[in-house]
Design a protein around this ligand. Structure first.
Ligand SMILES: *Cc1c(COP(=O)(O)O)cnc(C)c1O
Length: 381
């Protein structure tokens, strides 16, 4: 049985990328590695649509966000943080752990923040040094309109615009420079299609200047060091060499497809899955759907544990369940990274077979038909 991963991180790794990572290890302080990192740095700028530095850190995505907190701010600084799910919640708890005054905008799960909500907190806290947004909240499959909110923040304050782009980069349109973002983080095991272990942090000149005044304790995650090394296409500490080699190959794939086509593909696959799910009579969880992951309510009469077990053991497919209050109530299908149209047909077929075996009643093939119809109409067939 083939195993298929439909989770929002780790995501599947292309065969060709896996092979590059299997080559003998090379030393990170030699010209061969410098050449690779130079190309990676250039292609990361393309990925984030920026002329600014994009730093590569050896850590998971969370470490990348931690690096922004400790490198940009000082004890007692106020930051505004949007909590619309599991990850937004983390960006409230984390700054508090470092002695920052984190003002929380708490949203109902599945809802995206509005410009009015951000504005009202900015008016109450004119001293705020930053606003943290989660572009694609993975726990709720909800996308935030970063373009609009970044403009609103810029026009009404001096706060830095900081973005958790961990499941958005490579799935949603993101234009770091044009939209006026100051810090944006992603991780390797999401849209970048390689195993976990690297974080990427893009920084604006405003953010780089802010680092000069930051007094929070830091050492490994001191982004001033990372910026200095970056200028020589180097890293301050030993990087995860094999992963950097892998991301080089993955970024070349993204370049070859074209970033706008990569965004479009994610939108198409997400829309196809939503069409299939709706045709089956299932209810979608979010009304501002992310292109990375689609959360769906577990239908009445179906037991999540049984359903998940059939999907995994009989069909080899791993999806994600719900978190916190939504454990057992929703399931999440990912289409982030290395996926194509046939993967969506496969996923919907397995979903139908599993639902049927879990006792849910519907016309066989109706979900698959909706997926295929959407994809073919879109193709002009
Ligand atoms: C996965 C994820 C994270 C956490 O990244 P790790 O690599 O697990 O540290 C943070 N934010 C979002 C939106 C994510 O999807």
């Amino acid at each position: 049985m083939k195993k298929r991963l439909f989770t929002p991180g780790p995501t599947p790794v292309p065969e060709h990328v896996m092979l590059t990572m299997a080559e003998p290890i090379i030393h990170h302080r030699n010209p061969e590695f410098n050449e690779i990192l130079t190309r990676v740095n250039r292609n990361l700028k393309y990925l984030f649509q920026t002329e600014q530095p994009v730093l590569t850190l050896t850590s998971s995505g969370t470490g990348g966000v931690e690096a922004t907190f400790v490198s940009l701010f000082s004890s007692g600084d106020t930051i505004i943080s949007v909590n619309g799910g599991k990850f937004g919640e983390r960006w409230v708890k984390m700054p508090r752990a470092f002695g920052l005054n984190a003002v929380e905008i708490k949203l109902e799960w599945g809802k995206a923040p509005t410009a009015d909500q951000i504005l009202s907190e900015l008016r109450k806290h004119p001293e705020a040094k930053a606003v943290y947004l989660t572009h694609s909240e993975t726990s709720t499959g909800t996308a935030t309109d970063v373009k609009t909110l970044a403009r609103v923040i810029r026009e009404n304050s001096n706060a830095l615009v900081c973005v958790d782009g961990i499941t958005a980069v490579g799935a949603h349109e993101l234009r770091f420079d044009e939209w006026g973002i100051d810090a944006c983080v992603t991780g390797s095991q999401k849209g970048l299609m390689i195993p976990p272990g690297l974080a990427f942090v893009a920084l604006s000149q405003r953010a780089i200047s802010a680092m000069e005044h930051s007094t929070l304790p830091k050492f490994y995650f001191d982004l001033r060091k990372a910026v200095k090394s970056y200028e020589k296409n180097d890293t301050p500490f030993t990087p995860a060499v094999s992963l950097v080699i892998g991301v080089d190959a993955a970024l070349e794939m993204i370049r070859a497809e074209g970033i706008e086509n990569v965004w479009k593909r994610h939108e198409r696959l997400a829309t196809a899955i939503r069409a299939g799910v709706s045709a089956l009579g299932l209810k979608l969880f979010s009304n501002s759907p992310s292109y990375a992951v689609t959360p769906v309510w577990v239908p009445e009469g179906v037991e999540w544990k049984t359903f998940n077990k059939i999907l995994k053991t009989k069909y080899g497919i791993t999806i994600a369940g719900g978190q916190d209050d939504y454990a057992g109530k929703i399931f999440r299908i990912s289409h982030l990274g290395y996926y194509d149209e046939m993967d969506m047909v496969t996923m919907m077929t397995a979903l139908e077979m599993t639902l049927r075996e879990s006792g849910y009643k519907f016309d066989a093939g109706i979900g698959v038909q909706a997926v295929v119809k959407y994809l073919q109409t879109e193709n002009g067939a």
